[in-house]
Write a protein that binds this ligand. Sequence first.
Ligand SMILES: [Zn+2]
Ligand SMILES: [Zn+2]
Length: 314
Amino acid sequence: MSHACTKCRRDNSVYFRAYSGEYLCKKCFVRSIEDKAARTMSRYSMVKYGERVAVGVSGGKDSLSLLYVMKKFFDDHGRSSDDLVAVTIDEGIRGYRDESLEIVRDFCSKLGVQNKVMGYKEIFGISMDEAMVVRPSEKMSSCSMCGTFRRRAIDLAAESAGADVVATAHNMDDQLQTFMINLLAGDVERIGWMHPEPVEYAGGMKKVKPFVEISEHEIVFYALQREIPFQSEECPYMNESIRTDLREFFNGLEKEHPGIKNNAYASMLKVSERMKMTLEPRGDKKCSVCGRDSTGDVCSVCKTVAALSLNRSG
Ligand SMILES: [Zn+2]
Ligand SMILES: [Zn+2]
């Protein structure tokens, strides 16, 4: 049976939002996602007028949707697309990454947004394919190694594009998983860094997550409604982790108790806000190898590079 849209009462609904009880037509659904992202951005002053924004775009549904939403946000605010750039990191994973690079390139040219690509090989001297062969032990997990490299690579790409803000497509599900991982690992302090209000880093770069209040499920549906092309193939090096278990755990709960993710997210926000007040300011310590901000003498990126090259030459 088809329901009329609860919002406009005109068109037939294509989506049922269980936690609010709303039936939404295509137009009202996509608008609700775009409005939500815009509200999140203004509530936390994520993007100010005149700031140049680099969007981290991998070629997956979340990041391409974010690029689309940002472009629309810029258009709606009469801002030039020149202040928007998509940064894409080429990890050097043959086959997998080649396909997504093409998807991103085509999508960017369709939107009229500049696409800047930087690779692990040119930045760190080693590709993911090579790193997987020479890593000193299986304990050096592909995802944590790649995550360390990716964060640095995105920073460098955004800096070279002259950006003031780096936007990534982390959604509510990602945040809930990270929250639980920190809790379960006893890293309560880290929850303080999870607050959506952007922290300014050295050089004044801000990191923002406009999708934190939107669930993964709704972003997938958004991408489908907007006919955004995306790569669905998963990374060949992805290792099953506790993150996967938590993802299924929350999805199972949400199915039985619609709205529970929103509640959990609201709790995370409160905890994060309190923890944020207790955080020690990041020191002005620099890595002795690369000279960038670091908590120790040598940063995690340089440690990883050293561990890999040791095995390569030996
Ligand atoms: Zn409607
Ligand atoms: Zn370093």
